[in-house]
Write a protein that binds this ligand. Structure first.
Ligand SMILES: *[C@@H]1O[C@H](CO)[C@@H](O)[C@H](O)[C@H]1NC(C)=O
Ligand SMILES: *[C@@H]1O[C@H](CO)[C@@H](O)[C@H](O)[C@H]1NC(C)=O
Ligand SMILES: *[C@@H]1O[C@H](CO)[C@@H](O)[C@H](O)[C@H]1NC(C)=O
Ligand SMILES: *[C@@H]1O[C@H](CO)[C@@H](O)[C@H](O)[C@H]1NC(C)=O
Ligand SMILES: *[C@@H]1O[C@H](CO)[C@@H](O)[C@H](O)[C@H]1NC(C)=O
Ligand SMILES: *[C@@H]1O[C@H](CO)[C@@H](O)[C@H](O)[C@H]1NC(C)=O
Ligand SMILES: *[C@@H]1O[C@H](CO)[C@@H](O)[C@H](O)[C@H]1NC(C)=O
Length: 200
């Protein structure tokens, strides 16, 4: 819990806890965010080798760490340096976390046409890789927007619903941080109206 990573982890967990649970588990994965202006690397390049080495490393480190989180870089400086992180959901098994890292290595090229800056969201984990050192700042970049496609039923008070969502997210984030078992993860459910429920 000490050190620089603690600053940005809660931000990521808040994002991930919200994003990962919004869509039904049956939906197609991953949800990619390809940075179209980050440029491409070519097949067989040092960048590509560094990228795969990094993902392999982060997969092992994240799945074996108490926090289910790992970040780091491969390649030293220059154009072939790659920075990345893997964050697994706090309620999956270590082997599911590891498998999610494997999927990200399989998908990282095909979903974004070898873009250098890519985020992949799976139900089990969030993966970000980039040629830019996004780890140096706690800014929450690399978000992938996930929208369930299910609308609030007509007749529901939208403003009240929005306030409930904000309060629930806020409480869930505080719970994840305050009652952390090391994974900074929490889920919560808040009923709105009769049978309408929202869960994170
Ligand atoms: C380069 O990446 C962009 C997306 O970032 C993609 O649209 C384009 O097809 C890629 N080009 C090559 C040659 O891979
Ligand atoms: C996309 O990549 C470019 C070039 O590295 C960078 O300047 C920009 O901030 C990135 N965009 C996002 C949304 O991360
Ligand atoms: C993974 O963990 C090992 C052992 O702590 C460390 O040496 C290595 O740098 C880590 N990898 C990355 C990419 O951070
Ligand atoms: C990113 O963080 C730095 C400080 O770490 C800050 O100066 C900068 O304004 C932030 N950028 C954004 C887009 O939030
Ligand atoms: C949700 O609402 C938007 C905006 O009113 C509409 O375009 C969309 O079709 C609705 N989706 C569903 C699943 O009803
Ligand atoms: C979230 O909760 C904290 C602590 O109760 C409060 O200070 C903050 O204003 C809340 N934020 C929102 C957006 O409700
Ligand atoms: C921590 O958990 C306890 C028991 O579930 C709860 O009462 C308390 O509000 C939680 N703390 C936070 C910060 O959510």
């Amino acid at each position: 819990m000490e050190g620089g990573t603690v600053v940005r982890r809660p931000v990521l967990v808040l994002f991930a806890a919200a994003a990962l649970a919004l869509l039904p588990f049956a939906a197609a994965q991953p949800w990619p965010r390809c940075n179209r202006s980050s440029g491409n690397y070519s097949s067989g390049s040092t960048y590509e080798a560094n990228l795969f080495n990094l993902i392999t490393d982060l997969r092992g480190n994240a799945s074996s760490s108490p926090s289910f989180f790992a970040s780091g870089s491969a390649g030293t400086g220059g154009a072939s340096a790659v920075y990345g992180l893997i964050l697994c959901r706090g309620d999956v098994s270590a082997s599911d976390c590891f498998d999610c890292g494997t999927w990200s290595g399989r998908d990282v090229q095909s979903f974004c046409d070898r873009a250098r800056d890519v985020a992949l969201v799976y139900n089990q984990c969030y993966v970000r890789v980039s040629d830019t050192d996004f780890l140096a700042s706690p800014n929450n970049t690399g978000q992938a927007r996930l929208i369930s496609g299910t609308n609030i039923s007509s007749g529901v008070d939208v403003a009240a619903y929005d306030r409930a969502v904000t309060a629930l997210l806020n409480a869930t984030a505080r719970h994840a941080v305050g009652n952390s078992t090391g994974r900074l993860f929490a889920t919560a459910r808040h009923a709105v109206g009769n049978s309408k429920g929202i869960a994170f």
